[in-house]
Design a protein around this ligand. Structure first.
Ligand code: GLN
Length: 199
């Protein structure tokens, strides 16, 4: 299985490690030629404005949009969720996204008082998950084809949507790559396997 991790900015190494621990040898992707060699992509946490700028200057914005439109499975955590959104609130005016999931996300939604926190999320198909949020977005609106997989259970932002899926696209506002709990990565690997089987 060939999974890439978009390696422009953010916690790339942590995703590579989480995938390796899920028995997948993933590789960093910085160039369009490297993208062509993978069947699926992970977009890491980090800073979505920086990832957006770098995606434009490395010539990856349109190739990734095209692969997504063609059905490539993608998982985005935190900044990666923002990069997958069709609309961004509180973004920078020139910020681009890959327009994958039909949803509106709000950047830095949990507010200054709670820059980072840990909280519990119940994720459909996975179960209770202890989640780490760092200047995280939340999802404010979703289209009809988007399935809500998880909401914050209690504490800051209780009830807010923080995990979604639309077809082969998966996004979480939190960072499973930082906690050693591999269930979200394994879930994504299974999505990639099923997408390959369906072809
Ligand atoms: N606040 C960041 C952004 O807008 C996301 C933070 C993160 O990925 N931990 O991109």
């Amino acid at each position: 299985m060939n999974i890439g991790v978009l390696a422009l900015q953010g916690d790339v190494r942590e995703h590579l490690t989480a995938l390796a621990e899920s028995d997948v040898l993933a590789r960093p992707i910085r160039r369009p030629e490297e993208l062509a060699d993978v069947e699926a992509l992970v977009i890491p946490g980090g800073e979505s404005t920086a990832i957006s700028n770098l995606a434009v200057s490395f010539g990856l914005l349109d190739p990734i949009r095209k692969r997504i439109a063609d059905g490539m499975p993608v998982y985005g955590s935190c900044a990666g969720m923002i990069m997958l959104a069709s609309a961004i609130l509180d973004g920078r005016p020139d910020q681009e996204s890959f327009h994958g999931i039909d949803m509106t996300v709000r950047r830095n939604a949990f507010g200054r008082q709670v820059d980072s926190f840990e909280g519990d999320v119940t994720i459909d198909d996975i179960g209770d998950f202890h989640a780490v949020f760092i200047r995280a977005p939340w999802v404010e609106e979703i289209g009809d084809d988007v399935r809500v997989l998880g909401r914050v259970k209690d504490g800051p932002g209780a009830g807010r949507i923080v995990a979604v899926r639309q077809g082969n696209l998966l996004a979480t506002a939190f960072h499973p790559e930082l906690t050693g709990d591999l269930r979200v990565h394994r879930y994504f690997v299974e999505m990639v396997r099923q997408a390959a089987d369906a072809q």
